[in-house]
Every structure is written in structure tokens, then in C-alpha cells.
Design a protein around this ligand. Structure first.
Ligand code: NAD
Length: 296
């Protein structure tokens, strides 16, 4: 079993760190939030007094932080100067591709093996240990990381070289944002045309309009009982996080000179929805904006 430094034990990292501890790893956790740290200490992790204390002597370091600037500064200020040279470095945060590649290059320059390994699946999957990891970095690094990531997820997929995990994540979520909006528009139009939403779902979910947005997170209540639309759009994947991922996709598209008109439209609509107070709702709640019924 390994000694793992885990930095960032918030909504996602808390469950992930607890799952590593449950599998017998020695997890030295650190978070700027004392509450978050206390929660994982209750679940078998050791609360470290600082990021440096969590990193020193660890076999692997996992970070799960809000954004690229947090990852870059923690690597620059603490991890690269404190970790043992053979420590495996894994960043699971969702961050921009350019920062992911820059941090990986700095780590490689300092002699470390580093991977970007963002996740798909929300807090329920983090708690249950059923996340999907999309991993960027060397084959050898991936082979070392797989047993650690498998303790927190149901699928661990090597996407390619450094930054490829982040690229896969934001491209996937750009599809998700656009298909959700298209699905919402179709349900609103179907109803205005006199179709019963249950009947439309029964048809479209088995026809060519089918997508994950429709069959897992159907934006109208009824057809998919587990979907957030049945719970006033509470829980699920917050619209604010979808907006974050769409912004990352647009940044990456600009950097790579790629044309993403649907992604740009999705970003504009989620920006509008967040601006009207919808950021805390599940991202399928954008149907209320499209139907003209949104009340924060
Ligand atoms: P969160 O805000 O709950 O957790 C982040 C934690 O990092 C916080 O507890 C914060 O105190 C801590 N932190 C920030 N800077 C720190 C530092 N320098 N040192 C130590 N701790 C620090 O966020 P989250 O929902 O857990 O998301 C984490 C990452 O996972 C994000 O990049 C997010 O985009 C991604 N993600 C989230 C979800 C989701 O459903 N919540 C799903 C997939 C991916």
C-alpha cells in the first residue's frame, strides 16, 4: 500500500481521498478549509498541517483543486520543491489544457512523472468510487497511476500525452452542454406542438435524437425517475460547473484555432442562465430559461 498526499478534499476530493484510505493506503490530506479536512479525518485520512507536510515523503501526490491557477501555484510553490524525486504526481482537477501542459512540462523538467487525470461523474460517483478518469501523460506513468486511480473509479482510460486527459474532458463536456440545450429545446417545442412529454421521450429515446442528456438527465420530470428534473433540479451537475467547462473548451478552441459555434452558443446560454441565478441548479434546469419559466 502507498503513502499518498492528497491536496484539495472538497466536494469531490473528500470522497476520493476517503476511498483511497478505505483501500488501505495511508492518505495524508490537506485542504485550506478546516471543515473539509475534519470530514476526511473522520473517514480514515490523516490531517496534515500543511501542503508540504502532505507531500513530503509520499509515494504519490493527488491534487483535486478548483482551477488552473490553484494547481500551477501549488506545484510551483510546494510540490516540485518538496516531493521525493520518485513521487508520482497526479492532478485530477478540471483545468485548462495550456496550464495542464505547462505544469507537466515544469514537473518533467524537475525530473518528475506527472499525469493529468480529470474525472467524469459528480460527487455521488466520487463518494461511491465509480468515477471515470481520463489520463494524459506517459505510458509508464499511466501504468504506475492505474492502481491508485482504480481505487477511486470504475474506468481509467489513457487519453495520450500530457494535457490529453483535460482535452478529452472538455471536448466531452462541450458535447454534453450542447446536447442538453438541444434536448431542452426539443421538449419545449414538442409540448407547444401538443405532444405529451412521456410519449415524446418514448419515441426520441429510441430514435436518432437519443443522447445521454435525454436518457440519463431528461430535463422534464417523469420519464427518467433518477434525473434531477424530478427534484426541482437539485443535486446533479451544477450549471456553474458546466459553464466552467464550456469556458475551458472555448479557451482551448481559441488556442488550437478550432471552430466551435455550437460550443460558443452553449457557453453564452449557460452564462445567461448563471447570470439569472441558475448556477446552483443542475444544468438540465436550463429548460426553464428556454421555456420562459425560469424564476431563481
Ligand atoms: P470544491 O471547491 O468543493 O473543492 C476544492 C477544494 O480545494 C476546496 O475544499 C478548497 O478549500 C481546496 N483548495 C483550494 N486551494 C487550495 C490550496 N492551495 N491548498 C489546499 N486546498 C486548496 O470543488 P469540487 O467540486 O470538489 O471540484 C474540484 C475539481 O473537480 C474542480 O476542478 C471541478 O471542476 C472538478 N469536478 C467537479 C465535479 C463536481 O460535480 N463537483 C465533477 C467533475 C469534476
Amino acid at each position: 500500500m502507498a503513502v499518498i498526499g492528497f491536496i484539495g478534499v472538497g466536494n469531490m476530493g473528500g470522497g476520493m481521498a476517503a476511498n483511497l484510505a478505505a483501500r488501505g493506503h495511508e492518505v495524508r490530506a490537506f485542504d485550506l478549509s478546516a471543515d473539509a479536512l475534519a470530514r476526511v479525518a473522520d473517514k480514515g485520512c490523516i490531517a496534515a498541517g500543511s501542503a508540504g507536510e502532505a507531500v513530503a515523503g509520499a509515494d504519490a501526490v493527488v491534487t483535486m483543486l478548483p482551477a488552473g491557477r490553484h494547481v500551477a501555484s501549488l506545484y510551483r510553490e510546494t510540490i516540485l520543491g518538496t516531493a521525493r524525486p520518485d513521487t508520482l504526481l497526479i492532478d485530477c482537477s478540471t483545468i485548462d489544457v495550456d496550464t495542464a501542459r505547462a505544469v507537466a512540462a515544469d514537473a518533467a523538467g524537475a525530473g518528475f512523472t506527472m499525469l493529468d487525470a480529470p474525472v467524469s461523474g459528480g460527487t455521488a460517483a466520487a463518494d461511491a468510487g465509480t468515477l471515470t478518469f481520463m489520463v494524459g501523460g506517459s505510458e509508464a506513468g499511466f501504468a504506475r497511476a492505474e492502481p491508485i486511480l482504480s481505487a477511486m473509479g470504475k474506468a481509467v482510460i489513457h487519453a495520450g500525452e500530457a494535457g490529453s486527459g483535460q482535452a478529452a474532458k472538455i471536448c466531452n463536456n462541450m458535447i454534453l452542454g450542447a446536447t442538453m440545450i438541444a434536448t431542452c429545446e426539443a421538449f419545449v417545442l414538442a409540448e407547444k406542438l401538443g405532444l405529451d412529454p412521456e410519449k415524446f421521450f418514448a419515441i426520441s429515446s429510441r430514435a436518432s435524437g437519443q443522447s445521454w442528456s435525454m436518457t440519463s438527465y431528461c430535463p422534464v420530470p417523469g420519464p427518467v425517475p433518477a434525473a434531477p428534473s424530478n427534484r426541482d433540479f437539485e443535486g446533479g451537475f451544477q450549471a456553474a460547473l458546466m459553464l466552467k467547462d464550456l469556458k475551458l473548451a472555448l479557451d482551448a478552441a481559441k488556442s488550437a484555432n478550432a471552430s466551435v459555434p455550437m460550443g460558443a452558443q452553449a457557453e453564452a446560454l449557460y452564462q445567461m442562465f448563471a447570470g439569472l441565478g441558475g448556477g446552483g441548479k443542475d444544468f438540465s434546469a436550463i429548460i426553464r430559461l428556454l421555456s420562459g419559466e425560469w424564476r431563481p
